[in-house]
Design a protein around this ligand. Structure first.
Ligand SMILES: *Cc1c(COP(=O)(O)O)cnc(C)c1O
Length: 403
């Protein structure tokens, strides 16, 4: 029999003791809260990087607050009933966010599937078990063309047909006795003819539930209660974007009867469409604690820090002749200071793609956005201090490329 120490030794087949391991300082020298010990990613040869891009699933989203990790560790050591936990956490979240009811899902996309399933089944477990076969149930969801986004696949998982419209008139004409739900993409509010309040009004006029996808829409913090208060019947948020909860968690908020109905399609119930969207006690508790932490943050200070960091990177880039920068805050979704760096390619003959690739391949690796048009940077997903490295590296790459 192996004792614990032998076991640990045998697991650590690849020696990874570097100069910083054990000192509690991360490889970039800036992350003192990394637990000393095994360097798991390094062991399996997986690159880590400074996230100068933002909250992207392909880049593993956001970093959880230490309080969230603590809650996850706490939850990992004891058993609870999953339904009892979801009931209690949901009640607490609803109280915090001033809505009727809430439940923790495995992400905003999962919240879309669950909410959709609840709308379709109502509180009939047999109907829930029947989805995505919608025989005898309503089967259509109406949305505005400018609100299309690939994530609507999460609705289609429930077997519904999506009906695309462009105007209020088309929307009202499209409503019929098969219409199950009206779906809205929050960040496209200003792109569609029917905006928030009018959309909710139409739903109420015809007695059809409305769903608002707010996945990436904190900050500002008030969005967490604004849209349920406005009258949307269901609203969802990602847990792992601005909230910095578990990346595999999200929130479904809204009407009590619809949340209860959605739960019929949620684990532990096995014969349901959303059995594939499991969250366990760790994510449920982690999500709740992330929300508490987020609500208690000094949002003004967060904003000031991001502004300072963005300006620092911008100033460094601007020190290279031929470079231009633009700082902006998107009105909705990823509503944080964002930097766009472009340059005169006559003076600095390197494409944005190549510059971004050099940043990616450097040490430490830095991930940015912008395709082949620009280097786009946000700092809200960085560890504090990493902006200095990014500022230096961006300047260096552009300076080196000058003729
Ligand atoms: C990110 C996102 C989703 C999916 O959210 P997950 O939490 O990753 O499931 C859905 N809709 C929009 C608009 C998003 O930005």
């Amino acid at each position: 029999m192996l004792n614990r120490r032998d076991l640990l030794r045998s697991l650590a087949t690849i020696p990874v003791v570097g100069p910083f391991i054990g000192s509690g300082i991360g490889r970039n020298g800036l992350s003192p809260d990394i637990v000393p010990g095994r360097d798991y990613f390094k062991e399996i040869g997986v690159r880590t990087f400074i996230n100068a891009a933002g909250t992207y699933t392909m880049l593993t989203g956001s970093l959880m607050h230490p309080e969230v990790i603590q809650a996850i560790q706490y939850a990992s050591k004891q058993y609870v009933s999953l339904d009892e936990l979801q009931d209690a956490a949901g009640a607490r979240i609803a109280e915090l966010l001033h809505c009727e009811a809430a439940t923790v899902t495995s992400g905003a996309a999962s919240a879309m599937s669950l909410g959709m399933a609840g709308v379709l089944s109502g509180i009939d477990p047999e109907k829930a078990a029947q989805i995505p076969d919608l025989t005898g149930m309503k089967s259509e969801v109406i949305y505005q063309k400018s609100h299309w986004v690939g994530y609507v696949h999460a609705l289609r998982n429930c077997g519904v047909k999506l009906i695309e419209v462009e105007t209020r008139k088309q929307m009202e004409d499209a409503i019929n006795d098969q219409t199950a739900m009206l779906w809205f993409l929050n960040y496209s509010n200003f792109d569609g003819e029917v905006q928030w309040k009018e959309f909710v009004e139409i739903g109420k006029k015809y007695g059809i539930p409305t769903f608002n996808d707010c996945a990436a829409d904190v900050p500002p913090v008030e969005n967490l209660w604004k849209f349920t208060a406005m009258g949307f019947d269901l609203v969802c948020f990602s847990g792992g974007k601005g909230l910095r909860g578990p990346q595999s968690a999200g929130l479904l908020l809204g009407r009590k009867d619809l949340i209860a109905a959605a739960r019929l399609s949620a684990p532990p119930r096995g014969n349901t469409v959303c059995r594939t969207n499991k969250v366990n006690k760790e994510e449920v508790l982690g999500m709740l604690v992330a929300l508490e932490v987020y609500l208690n943050r000094d949002h003004k200070r967060d904003l000031e820090l991001w502004e300072y960091q963005i300006k620092k990177i911008s100033d460094n880039a601007l020190s290279v002749e031929g470079v231009e920068t633009e700082i902006h805050v998107p009105e909705i979704a990823n509503h944080v200071p964002s930097l766009r760096i472009t340059w005169d390619q006559e003076k600095i003959p390197i494409t944005p793609s190549s510059a971004r690739e050099i940043l990616r391949k450097g040490h430490p690796s830095i991930e940015t956005m912008g395709g082949n048009k620009s280097i786009d940077i946000t700092t809200w997903m960085m560890n504090p201090g990493e902006e200095r490295i990014v500022a230096e590296r961006v300047k260096h790459v552009l300076k080196n490329a000058r003729t």
